[in-house]
Design a protein around this ligand. Sequence first.
Ligand SMILES: Nc1ncnc2c1ncn2[C@@H]1O[C@H](COP(=O)(O)OP(=O)(O)OP(=O)(O)O)[C@@H](O)[C@H]1O
Ligand SMILES: O=P(O)(O)OC[C@H]1O[C@H](OP(=O)(O)OP(=O)(O)O)[C@H](O)[C@@H]1O
Ligand SMILES: O=C(O)c1cccnc1
Ligand SMILES: [Mg+2]
Length: 561
Amino acid sequence: MAEKSNGPRNGDCSSRVIHGPTNPMVSPLLTDLYQFTMAYAYWKAGKHNERAVFDLYFRKNPFGGEYTIFAGLEECIRLIANFKFTEEEISFIKKSLPSSCEDAFYDYLRGIDCSDVEVYAISEGSVVFPKVPLVRVEGPVAVVQLLETPFVNLINYASLVATNAARHRFVAGKSKILLEFGLRRAQGPDGGISASKYCYIGGFDATSNVAAGRLFGIPLRGTHSHAFVSSFMSPDEIIDKSLRSSDGSRTCEDFLSAVQTLLNKIQWLPSLHGTFGETNQSELAAFTSYALAFPSDFLALVDTYDVIRSGVPNFCAVALALSDLGYQAKGIRLDSGDLAYLSCEARKFFQAIEKEFGVPGFGKLNISASNDLNEETLDALNKQGHEVDAFGIGTYLVTCYAQAALGCVFKLVEINNQPRIKLSEDVSKVSIPCKKRSFRLYGKEGYPLVDIMSGENEPPPKVGERILCRHPFNESKRAYVVPQQVEELLKCYRSGKSGKAEECLPALKDIRDRCIKQLEKMRPDHMRRLNPTPYKVSVSAKLYDFIHFLWLNEAPVGELQ
Ligand SMILES: Nc1ncnc2c1ncn2[C@@H]1O[C@H](COP(=O)(O)OP(=O)(O)OP(=O)(O)O)[C@@H](O)[C@H]1O
Ligand SMILES: O=P(O)(O)OC[C@H]1O[C@H](OP(=O)(O)OP(=O)(O)O)[C@H](O)[C@@H]1O
Ligand SMILES: O=C(O)c1cccnc1
Ligand SMILES: [Mg+2]
């Protein structure tokens, strides 16, 4: 078939319109003051157009793990695709810099955009490792310098929370439904929206955050709160008690009475007799009322008064009354107490009802749980055995309680084709110089074995060809690898003026699918929670030699006295 001449080629999105950042607060001013002072000093020195290459990477995997999920790239691309100072922004910068700064600098700022900036990045949603550049940005030094803070800002939390979500998914297991409930506890509105977006990438199924649902098309899910239950004082409050059957063929004029009759029956069932006595009638009223509002989606929060003595039997009575009218209830939510024990008890109760009333599927009704859940509590629940089908997780997930930040950095690795290095007493903080390429090498069993960085002009690793992979800083750590598959990690997302084809920005769902697939491909010992095996990150022999040559060259020799 002839290739279409109009529109982008496959994998080339150069001609697509890229919208601005999701959060309008993300502007060229969303940076640190020192980026502007440096821009001025570069400009004053006539250096501002020198071609610079910066790497964005992190140094250590978060949460005591050995992997990270890369997220936030799309928002970076949206920023630079629309990067332009407004007059109002220019005058604010002018006010904020010393009055000695020359006016011509502001004319320079006025003309800046990112049309000459190249961005190479690992695909969003990928599993990534320390030291390997997530993003490589190349362009005029003053412009790229301005991007340091917003890029690190947009990637840091995004990757951290996506990783947190992936870790929660790993513990919960594939079959569980994971709901992100964090908006109220998130660090401000952007924290909340970002959490919903990036937890979805990390493997959550849905969010309670309506704005995130609208912005990103993330599935929305929710139950109801204790306030709804405790707002009811008695069944007398229910005025319209009628409910039409699901097929519309008949109407039950007094749904409340039907519920009460069923509750009475449940109470006297031989298998449940003695499990509970009088249930809370105001709770029964709340459940009945909710069922009248949502007969096809009836779900009840059962822990306001007493889960087993009141919430669960009340729920079952309402669910059975709905069933008589052809509706299938959804299930319950537990939000306090011993979630393992209560979920098992609730399950037994449902199964007893299924048996006694012959309602197929009743024993399998959904049990959701929430309340300060985190990786540890999920793990504890698994060990104890539980019957929870869905977990609603807020505080620990979105605030990344177990680790506050990922610690991404943005380091100059080359200027005017000259490789640069940043030294540190702390070896883990020494930067890896040069404009680099990076590759993921896969072994015989299909697992990724090692990531290797090499100089831009080195021949890439080849399938079936033995290559030496060296630890960047530890001379004795090295290994030969014969890759069965070689994946180039950095792809072109902004070609600047090079005219190269650009990758498309994938849909959120595709980013999520990539993340899930990549996690499944990892060797299990890298993924386990306790003492996971570190994944190997290496450099080519040539790059190793060059790093150490430059290191010696730049490090002054000490004088001992
Ligand atoms: N079976 C379990 N094993 C381990 N941790 C659990 C289990 N069940 C619940 N948890 C966790 O224990 C904590 C219990 O919370 P907390 O001590 O605040 O009591 P609560 O159940 O919320 O009671 P209330 O809200 O009525 O005060 C929560 O973090 C919850 O996730
Ligand atoms: O527990 P999280 O992981 O943060 O999940 C979100 C929590 O938000 C709601 O609690 P609510 O605001 O009603 O407060 P409370 O349950 O702490 O009283 C809900 O009942 C969950 O418990
Ligand atoms: O829908 C829910 O059940 C919900 C939403 C946000 C926080 N807690 C619970
Ligand atoms: Mg709670």
